[in-house]
Design a protein around this ligand. Structure first.
Ligand SMILES: C[S@@+](CC[C@H](N)C(=O)[O-])C[C@H]1O[C@@H](n2cnc3c(N)ncnc32)[C@H](O)[C@@H]1O
Length: 296
């Protein structure tokens, strides 16, 4: 296929894709995994790193580590070489393409431990507070990542770190939605965790490392929240006072109108009574004239 053929094929596929997305929207199907935005407090301490391989220089050395999703073992090899863990527990549901020959020494010494099966099933078997840090890179759907986080954070030591690969809502090379950013942001927002490292990937498959916020950070957040709430309350108060003044002015205007109407009513009523009196007089006159006429 030459370049022109490829471009034609690509644009046709894109048109079909956009058409499908439009149908999806019209039928209210959730296709994209939109992530909630974080607050400043969640990224204030975050350090930007050029690549995930360099991130390893900042993570605890001689630690107890888990890699959830190992595949060939490419990153497991790097974890061992750079951070020299006491133990690296590798978990994967499928070990068919694992490059075992690259880990013979670590398998013999017990530095690497291989666990076959579903990530949550296998992680749950460890005691709580066991790991210094956990690398999550298995099922990238929102549900998959959410269940991995829920299990992983209980298995961490109190100051433990969780690192996520592919922190994105869209995989450009697979043209497929990922739920990693949605699940990670939701966890940070609801559980008070913060970003400490963001390691870039040129194609958007960034890594992010998170840890539980310290008490000082949480206190600072509470102060910010209180400030925001009091500013909002003050703004509401000003609006209410303005509305109250407007209503008082209107009420005053209406009272004036009522007075004018009451006056008009009294005048009309007096006129009506005068007219009724005239009618009665005329009727009496008519009766008298009729009697006189009959007498004549
Ligand atoms: C992207 S690969 C991991 C790559 C590896 N971390 C690296 O960077 O070299 C994802 C792996 O997760 C595994 N996986 C997917 N869902 C899983 C699950 N529910 N439990 C365990 N492993 C899973 C897949 O078999 C696959 O090998």
């Amino acid at each position: 296929m030459d370049s022109a053929d490829f471009q034609q094929k690509f644009w046709l596929a894109r048109d079909n894709f956009l058409e499908a997305i439009e149908e999806c929207k019209q039928n209210n199907h959730n296709f994209f995994e939109f992530a909630q935005p974080l607050k400043e407090i969640h990224v204030k301490q975050c350090k930007l790193i050029s690549a995930r391989e360099n991130l390893l220089n900042y993570l605890p050395k001689n630690a107890v580590v888990a890699e959830v999703g190992t595949q060939t073992g490419y990153f497991a090899r790097m974890i061992i070489d750079v951070t020299q863990p006491v133990t690296l527990h590798t978990i994967d549901i499928n070990w068919s393409i694992f490059e075992k020959e690259k880990f013979l020494q670590e398998m013999e010494s017990g530095v690497i431990q291989i666990h076959e099966g579903d990530s949550v099933e296998r992680l749950s078997q460890f005691p709580d507070g066991h790991f210094d840090w956990i690398y999550i890179d298995a099922d990238h759907s929102y549900n998959g990542v959410s269940r991995d986080i829920q299990c992983a954070y209980q298995k961490l030591k109190s100051n433990g770190i969780i690192v996520f690969n592919d922190y994105t809502s869209w995989s450009p090379l697979e043209a497929y939605p990922y739920g990693v950013s949605r699940a990670v942001n939701e966890f940070c927002l609801t559980q008070g965790w913060e970003f400490i490292f963001l390691a870039l990937s040129p194609n958007g498959y960034h890594d992010v490392a998170i840890k539980k916020m310290g008490v000082e950070t949480l206190d600072a957040q509470v102060t910010v929240d209180i400030d925001q709430v009091s500013t909002q309350i003050e703004a509401n108060l000003v609006q209410l006072q303005y509305d109250k003044a407007k209503l008082a002015y209107k009420a005053n205007e209406m009272q004036q109108q009522i007075k004018v109407l009451q006056l008009e009513y009294q005048q009309i009523d007096a006129e009506l009574k005068r007219s009724q009196l005239q009618v009665q007089q005329l009727q009496a006159e008519l009766v008298t004239k009729t009697v006189i006429k009959e007498d004549i």
